[in-house]
Design a protein around this ligand. Sequence first.
Ligand SMILES: Cc1cc2nc3c(=O)[nH]c(=O)nc-3n(C[C@H](O)[C@H](O)[C@H](O)COP(=O)(O)O)c2cc1C
Length: 211
Amino acid sequence: MRAIVIYASCEGQTQRIARCIARTMNVRGIPTDTFNVTERDVTGLAVESYEAVVLGAPLHYGEHESRIASCISQHHALFAQIPTAFFSVSLGVVSKHEQDREHARKLADDFLRERRLDPSRRACFAGALRYSKYGWLKKQLMHWIAAKSGAPTQTDRDYEYTDWDAVESFAGDFAEFVHGCRQPKPKRPRFAPQVNRIREYLVPDASSSSP
Ligand SMILES: Cc1cc2nc3c(=O)[nH]c(=O)nc-3n(C[C@H](O)[C@H](O)[C@H](O)COP(=O)(O)O)c2cc1C
């Protein structure tokens, strides 16, 4: 049995999370591969050869990665039959405003509902602000978003918000779930079980034995 984490990542944070999930699942006895749909076309992947799938998508401009959406549409029938998990990566989930946090979680739920995917496990993880990787325009935009949501606005360094303990516990929990799905069901007896009847020993009736 093998599992796979299929993910998209623009600035690398979802990739780090995907790799952490795969490492944790490996440690928990589920050999797990990773596949980055941002770098390679998922149509070349034999998804059906896996018995459990984790999907990970970052949030950019209010949308989860379309390549993960296509992967779900493509393998919808398979994903309905095997254990699946989903994680969303965003900054909204660590905003100082409750409504932003709520909105980020809602976007993840909507994303799944619209694709009729009901994963066994789902999570929203905080991503990173990688000012060093943004071009000029993206840096201005992220600086503005950061200021609005109470995140740091110092653009000469990067910030990581991911709670790695939460990621490991998500992966560990899913690994347990997958193990549970693998447990062979107890065999039903082919015949009705033997009931240990209490034998009744009759004491011979003294009167009947009389000549
Ligand atoms: C251009 C851009 C747009 C973003 N838009 C959103 C957004 O709409 N909502 C949100 O919560 N986070 C947003 N983020 C934050 C990303 O979700 C976060 O940086 C995440 O770590 C990105 O994952 P990645 O490094 O795997 O691409 C945005 C980040 C960038 C760079």
